[in-house]
Design a protein around this ligand. Sequence first.
Ligand code: ATP
Ligand code: ZN
Length: 296
Amino acid sequence: MIPRDRLRIAVQKSGRLGDPSRDLLTRCGLRFRSSRDKLFCFGENMAVDLLLVRDDDIPGLIADGVCDLGVVGRNVMQEASLAAGGEASIQELRALGFGGCRLSIAIPQDQEWNGPQQLASQRIATTYPHQLGDWLRRNDVDAQIVTLSGSVEIAPKLGTADLICDLVSSGATLVANQLREAVVIMQSEAVLAGAAETPLDERGDLMELLLRRLDGVLNVRESRLLLLQAPRAALDTIVDLLPGQPIPTITTIEGQPEAISLQCVCSGNVSWQELEAMKRAGAQGMLVLPVEKMLA
Ligand code: ATP
Ligand code: ZN
């Protein structure tokens, strides 16, 4: 590995993952100045730079040591590692909770699905030949894989394949092409990928700092800060009603010995029904606030 004193992260230049990837890194406290050609963004406040590339290139850039980290779909990462013979030169460090989709086999709308054996000797169009091949082997199915570089969903209409194996999120593209999802091969989302080995120079420390901040952002994404006041006598009932049984901080209110103020971080949103139940128990002045960062 070539020693470098700045960390380099590959993110998708445009496309579905581009903006959310950069937003997430910004929330981790990184600030970037984009250069004129916009392929390289220099990190202004930390020694962390961005390389803006096609998502398909990200696993290779990490494996070759050109970038230390990358934000890429698990589907792209797994395809690359199967293509490299399952060699673990890169690893998934964190699941990032956006870019969710599934790699599925879809069949013509008017066909029934009776299980994998129905795929025997069919032609399946895909841009993910390794993952499809792997799934077919595991299910003991002998089908023909037609590898395409894009527009997979129109292959059955064009007669170049009988069915397809492609990414699905809402399913609208399938419906528009008279196809229906038959079986899910893998669940995907954007992940932070890194080399199997952590660099031993300054980049290792930067990576650790970034992962800690990332956890701080990811862990609180669904969290809410709940604030309320209540009569001291109602405290036990209200604590039992707190969603997710968080540990609350209770403070006294100056001049009101019979009242308390409560604050706690709830994992997940607090519903109207839960707030109403707390109100019936005596709580008032309830506030539910989003949490931006947390450092334990
Ligand atoms: P690039 O120009 O970078 O090669 P692309 O066309 O290959 O872009 P996008 O369509 O932007 O890539 O998809 C990027 C990733 O978004 C996919 O690899 C996948 O992980 C995720 N994704 C989420 N939902 C979908 C979907 N419905 N279709 C395709 N990809 C999806
Ligand atoms: Zn791509």
